[in-house]
Design a protein around this ligand. Structure first.
Ligand code: SF4
Length: 361
């Protein structure tokens, strides 16, 4: 739920230097009354304007702990601003500068489909306790569903911990919406492949035989990130041929086959730390969104930073939607446009699931 209006033409055509200067002026005038959060995948020119830059987990913690700012501007995608809205104080206002910036993966688990799948699953597993766990990349309604059903939310950095948490409370886990993060978390916990099933909400019983559902320990919702599934094992092999000794680091939204061949896998914050700590002269191929990779290449000219596919330019178009003009328009109209709201009925359950997530670490 949000209020937004069409960005007037002058903000679409404003030149970069002028936009940056006016945004900085707003920052000076508002001081601690405003905080700007920028996700790692945002455009290069936006990131330096943020007071905090990080992944969705880090930025949600910043929003939860922010005491002074009345205005929290989230340069990211919708589920991130929604999570900030849920975690911050009621009198604070959260903004998403481009309200069209969504996450296709989050949209793959719509609450109505989840509810009917849950009903179907429970009818097969009437004697087992199933713990629902949702990735941060999900709508508030799905987070609330998890909160209301003894479940939790997790991020790419703590999904395995969420699974361990879940197994202390139930026999089975139903994980949404990214099957790859789910599979990689299972692999990390050494859960056998025959105890994992994929649930396709378009098919009866998720496309599974009843016996398989009864034997499964983990049920993974069929969903994926169109950016991270671009990276394949062939890309890893090719980069190693071209650059013997190159380090390969990928995001856990990549397929398990790609993760298995990489030197390391982790959240965007993990990738930033991995590159930061690599010795000067390292060649590092990265499997994640291109804006972060290009920024890392600029930050570390003493290291050779490569995009893992070498050709497809894996960009999250939704992250790329937010422009300097959108940010400027939002700051020029604080309190009036691009405000993110969450239904109070949904908020309570979602808050519970998010607070459990923050306790996981
Ligand atoms: S990179 Fe993938 S998961 Fe992240 S916001 Fe974009 S589509 Fe969603």
């Amino acid at each position: 739920m949000q209020t937004y209006s069409v960005v007037p033409r002058e903000y679409k055509t404003v030149n970069e230097a002028e936009a940056i200067s006016r945004i900085k002026e707003h920052k000076r005038n508002l001081g601690k009354q405003m905080v700007i959060l920028t996700h790692h995948y945002q455009r290069k020119e936006l990131v330096p304007l943020g007071d905090y830059t990080g992944d969705s987990y880090y930025l949600s913690k910043v929003a939860a702990n922010e005491k002074e700012a009345q205005h929290i501007i989230f340069c990211g995608v919708h589920f991130m601003a929604e999570s900030a809205r849920i975690l911050c104080r009621p009198e604070q206002i959260v903004y998403l500068p481009n309200p069209l910036a969504g996450c296709p993966m989050a949209d793959m688990a719509e609450i109505d489909d989840v509810l009917s799948s849950w009903k179907e699953l429970k009818s097969v597993l009437s004697d087992s306790k199933v713990i629902p766990i949702s990735y941060m990349n999900s709508a508030a309604s799905l987070k609330a569903f998890c909160g209301d059903n003894d479940g939790v939310v997790c991020t790419s950095s703590n999904a395995h911990k969420a699974f361990e948490w879940g197994f202390k409370r139930g026999q089975k886990i139903f994980f949404f919406p990214d099957e790859h993060l789910g599979k990689n978390s299972c692999n990390r916990l050494k859960i056998p492949a025959d105890e994992i099933i994929i649930w396709d909400p378009k098919k009866e019983n998720g496309g599974n035989e009843l016996e398989k559902i009864r034997n499964a320990k983990v049920i993974l919702w069929k969903g994926y990130c169109h950016v991270h599934i671009n990276f394949t094992p062939e890309h890893v092999k090719k980069i190693r041929e071209q650059y013997p000794g190159a380090l390969v680091v990928v995001h856990p939204e990549c397929s398990e086959e790609t993760v298995a061949l990489a030197d390391a896998s982790g959240s965007t914050n993990f990738i930033v730390n991995y590159v930061t700590e690599a010795p000067s002269g390292s060649v590092i191929a990265i499997g994640t969104e291109i804006n972060l990779i290009s920024r890392l290449a600029d930050m570390f000219p003493d290291k050779k930073i490569l995009e893992l596919t070498g050709q497809t330019c894996p960009m999250c178009v939704n992250m790329f939607r937010t422009t300097l003009g959108d940010l400027l328009y939002t700051l020029d109209n604080l309190g009036k446009v691009n405000i993110i709201e969450v239904d109070p009925e949904v908020k309570q359950g979602a808050l519970l699931a998010l607070e459990r997530m923050l306790e996981l670490n």
